[in-house]
Design a protein around this ligand. Structure first.
Ligand code: ADE
Length: 262
């Protein structure tokens, strides 16, 4: 899978070279390129912004550098054999535009995007990118405006760091033990259960007795109850949208004990 990120702060994306994603990049499990938007300007000052039509505060990103950058990325050949070329796929590549005005990014979106051969990310700054760019781009890409959450960041870079990490870790081989992807928060619509390691008593605090029992069915039930209890307490709205078929009698009992009202 291939990731192309366009930003006026390419150094902001340097952490993608660290840890599991960086290792996956080095090993050729994924392709990653960060492009400086200013390289696609033509004036001496490498200008990427201008004042907004209609007035108002702040600056707007100019359309032309974006069109040049996006066209260039579309025509880049695949650098690693076996990784799909962005422009040659059966469908146009996905262009992710991080924005607080986008659809909220979610584990199910990460899952869906991890199946794509390539993803392009356009990091806006200032008040955003001239809207005509998105309209123009929609003839060449499948454009997805995505938000990290209901708060405002200074630009798309932090959102891209989060999204690339959430997506790339779902690519087979990126996370060493694939089983660790299964038992995580949001993977089954519930929050993760609490985890403990040695020592068995730490600063007077013991670990839940069931975890020492060696009884797999009881441990699984304990963990499931903890997931349900936590979700009811911290994120009740997740339970409300959960497929009720996925809850058995023991689940409903655990929810009742947690004080969750259906
Ligand atoms: N850019 C600014 N704020 C953002 C947010 N909440 N999500 C994604 N991109 C953004």
């Amino acid at each position: 899978m291939r990731f192309d990120v366009i930003s006026i702060f390419p150094d902001y994306l340097a952490p993608l070279e660290l840890s599991l994603i960086g290792k996956a990049h080095q090993e050729g499990l994924l392709e990653l390129a960060v492009h400086d938007l200013r390289d696609f300007t033509t004036d001496r000052h490498r200008t990427v912004d201008d004042t907004p039509y209609g007035g108002g505060a702040g600056m707007v990103m100019k359309p032309e550098p974006w069109a040049q950058a996006l066209e260039t990325v579309l025509n880049l050949p695949a650098r690693t054999p076996g990784i799909a070329e962005a422009g040659n796929a059966a469908e146009p590549p996905v262009l992710i535009v991080p924005s607080p005005a986008g659809e909220v990014f979610h584990q199910s979106i990460a899952q869906e995007l991890s199946q794509e051969p390539s993803l392009v990310f356009a990091c806006g700054r200032y008040e955003g990118i001239d809207e005509r760019v998105l309209d123009w781009a929609s003839e060449r890409f499948r454009v997805r405006p995505l938000s990290l959450g209901d708060y405002v960041l200074n630009g798309g870079e932090v959102a891209v760091l989060a999204m690339v990490e959430a997506i790339a870790r779902l690519i087979p081989g990126v996370v060493g033990n694939p089983a660790s992807l299964v038992e995580e928060s949001h993977q089954d619509g519930l929050l993760e259960y609490p985890v403990y390691t040695k020592p068995a008593v730490w600063r007077g605090r013991e670990i839940p007795e069931t975890l020492l029992s060696g009884h797999h069915t009881r441990i699984a039930r304990f963990r499931r109850d903890e997931q349900l209890r936590r979700t009811a307490e911290r994120r009740p709205e997740l339970l409300a949208v959960m497929d009720q078929e996925a809850l058995d009698r023991a689940d409903l009992e655990a929810l009742r004990e947690a004080g969750y009202e259906q």
